[in-house]
Design a protein around this ligand. Structure first.
Ligand SMILES: *Cc1c(COP(=O)(O)O)cnc(C)c1O
Length: 239
């Protein structure tokens, strides 16, 4: 193995151990939780190594970086998740490689995603990004819609050709009532997911938890964790 492959394999094993332990502690089966490796700022060569190590889901947050990376890895059996704030002028590019967009947070974005998905003949999975630090009906600083806005967006996604409503996503807030209370934040997301599933029973994905708080997310009931640093290392720049 190359040095980098050895390093990524060891990191992946540690993360796998953490997820397995968190599932056991929560009385959940390991296969209830899917690992998504966030490869932002890291090169396509790392994505290729991760694929060889069995990773099937990767995530990116900037189209400029993600589009060439996804193109360089088009031969690999990967699902690409888009997790960043998404401008409508990037939607056509993102729809070209992303199987899931986790950061759906406004109706204009839904309209654009639907139009481009239909044009490309693709079905794009959508998660509504929930901002637990946003004021009622406002949007979060790092994207996301306030809980009061979920239902309207979810109905819009569900009724849009080319789109599939898969569930909810959040990032633990740094401000507001949930600051420093990751598990409470993730439990709130689970409650919102329960509400959502009354009208949309197939929207079962709950994406929460990153390198620092994946245990709390698994304890709360997350179905997907998004882990970057713990697998790839501390990022060379903000992203
Ligand atoms: C970067 C990022 C992650 C991964 O964060 P780490 O702390 O590196 O694990 C997860 N989710 C989103 C939306 C991100 O932008």
């Amino acid at each position: 193995m190359t040095d980098r492959k050895t390093e990524l394999a060891a990191n992946l094993a540690k993360v796998e151990e953490r997820i397995t332990a968190a599932c056991a502690a929560a009385g959940r089966a390991r296969d209830e939780v899917t690992l998504i490796v966030v490869t932002k700022t890291y090169p396509a060569s790392d994505v290729r190594i991760l694929s060889g190590l069995g990773v099937r889901h990767v995530a990116e947050n900037r189209d400029q970086d993600a589009a060439p990376k996804a193109a360089a890895c088009a031969d690999l059996p990967l699902t690409w998740h888009f997790v960043g704030q998404l401008q409508t002028n990037k939607v056509r590019s993102v729809v070209g490689y992303a199987g899931v967009v986790q950061s759906v947070d406004r109706s204009r974005l839904v309209t654009a995603l639907s139009k481009e998905a239909v044009r490309a003949g693709r079905e794009v999975g959508c998660l509504i990004q929930v901002a637990l630090d946003a004021g009622e009906s406002a949007r979060g600083e790092r994207g996301g819609v306030a809980p009061a806005g979920i239902e309207e967006l979810a109905d819009l996604v569900a009724g849009s050709p080319g789109l599939r409503l898969d569930g909810l996503m959040t990032v633990a807030p740094l401000t507001g009532e949930y600051a420093g209370r990751e598990q409470a934040a993730f439990e709130r997301l689970m409650d919102l997911s329960t509400d959502l599933r009354r009208a949309h029973p197939a929207a079962t994905m709950v994406s929460a938890g990153m390198s620092a708080d994946l245990e709390q997310a698994v304890a709360a009931g997350a179905t997907h964790v998004r882990v970057g640093t713990a697998v790839l290392g501390v990022r060379p720049r903000l992203g």
